[in-house]
Design a protein around this ligand. Structure first.
Ligand code: NAD
Length: 340
């Protein structure tokens, strides 16, 4: 229940504690690529903060973590201002919440374009880190991390070591200059093989593919990055000149033709029910994909509608991330307990 009243002291204190904890966790995750808590724990803190702000809007300032995108730019890298801002995604944690979100987005889209049936672009949410590539006259001129969304870190030299990322586009018809966003990740098989090699050399294995990918891309020395099996799939567009497209899926097909790595897992559907089918299907086969996922992303496919729906300070209003419930974790300890 929303109230304009000042919150009780206990809620205010809890609010301040949450902001501080979230800032600490963001720092560990984005700056050091070494989180202190699991994503599920982090998401719970963030969600609690959102609920408190919904209840007491008076608490939410512009500097609240709910109004900001991710992390800051490390001094170890040159900073880059993105030609167009990069965003995070709104999360939903249940199919009911998802339904409500899709229904609202569909109503807004239909109000804008009553003649156009809404199509949804369903994608897996790759658990890696975002990278923004700028191509000019078909050549890669810049690769930057998301940073705080406005300013990212220049990791061009490191991106040049990733073979999925074309240094020159092939084919024809590419815009004179454009930004394309995607996710850098380490495939599960590559991660396991890399760790086995580390263990064989008596070295400590890497904790998980997401943090390994982030730590690998954010190396000072590109030779170190080159040793890591980094890959990339594109999942969005930034600023572009002369890129006349109707749908995001259409843009993917063009980009595929230019040699950019497009995920094989995306699907365009014509109804909310089919979007939910996609979610249950990928929930079952999430471990058969080549990389880790931390959910599903559903986007309005029509680019004009995307632009008109626009953005909050943190997220687009035309896309949503559905997070699967946490899986049971089978630890070695548990196996031992079971055997006992
Ligand atoms: P996010 O990861 O929830 O969502 C936005 C990002 O998703 C985009 O920037 C993009 O890089 C990525 N993405 C992957 N696949 C995509 C696709 N198909 N289409 C579009 N985007 C796609 O956003 P966030 O703000 O970076 O961070 C929140 C996430 O990071 C949470 O899941 C949280 O659990 C985790 N996190 C964890 C900790 C921790 O301490 N464990 C700290 C901070 C953040």
């Amino acid at each position: 229940v929303e109230t304009t009243n000042a919150p009780p002291e206990a809620d205010k204190a809890r609010y301040e504690q949450l902001v501080e904890q979230i800032r600490t966790h963001r720092d560990a995750y984005y700056q050091n690529d070494a989180p202190l808590v699991s994503d599920v724990e982090y998401d719970a803190l963030f969600h609690e903060l959102q609920l408190l702000e919904a209840q007491y809007p008076i608490l939410a300032g512009q500097d609240s973590p709910t109004q900001e995108v991710g992390g800051e730019v490390s001094a170890a890298f040159a900073s880059v201002t993105h030609a167009s801002r990069m965003y995070s995604l709104e999360d939903v944690f249940s199919l009911e919440e998802l339904d409500a979100w899709l229904e609202r987005a569909q109503a807004n889209a239909e109000r804008l374009h009553p003649q156009t049936p809404v199509k949804w672009l369903c994608e897996v949410k790759i658990d890696g880190l975002a990278l923004n590539l700028t191509y000019r006259e078909g050549k890669l001129v810049r690769a930057a991390t998301r940073g705080d969304g406005t300013t990212g870190e220049d990791v061009t030299h490191n991106a040049l070591t990733i073979s999925d990322i074309p240094q020159e586009l092939t084919g024809s018809g590419w815009p004179a200059e454009f930004e394309v966003r995607g996710e850098v990740f380490i495939a599960t098989d590559d991660f396991n093989a890399y760790n086995e090699a580390l263990i064989a050399q008596g070295k400590a294995p890497l904790a998980n593919p997401r943090n390994a990918a982030a730590g690998s891309l954010r190396q000072k020395d590109p030779e170190q990055t080159a040793k890591r099996p980094l890959r990339m799939f594109v999942h969005g567009l930034g600023r572009s000149r002369d890129f006349q497209m109707t749908e995001q899926s259409e843009a993917y097909e063009l980009m595929r033709g230019w040699g950019l790595p497009v995920s094989p897992y995306g699907r365009v559907v014509g109804s909310r029910a089919e979007a939910k089918d996609y979610i249950s299907e990928h929930g079952e086969k999430r471990h058969d994909l080549i990389h880790d996922i931390d959910g599903i992303v559903i986007k309005v496919n029509d680019l004009a509608t995307q632009e008109q729906l626009g953005y909050t300070s943190r997220v687009p209003r035309w896309a949503v991330a559905y997070k699967y419930p946490p899986e049971e974790v089978h630890t070695k300890l548990l196996d031992i307990q079971v055997q006992v």
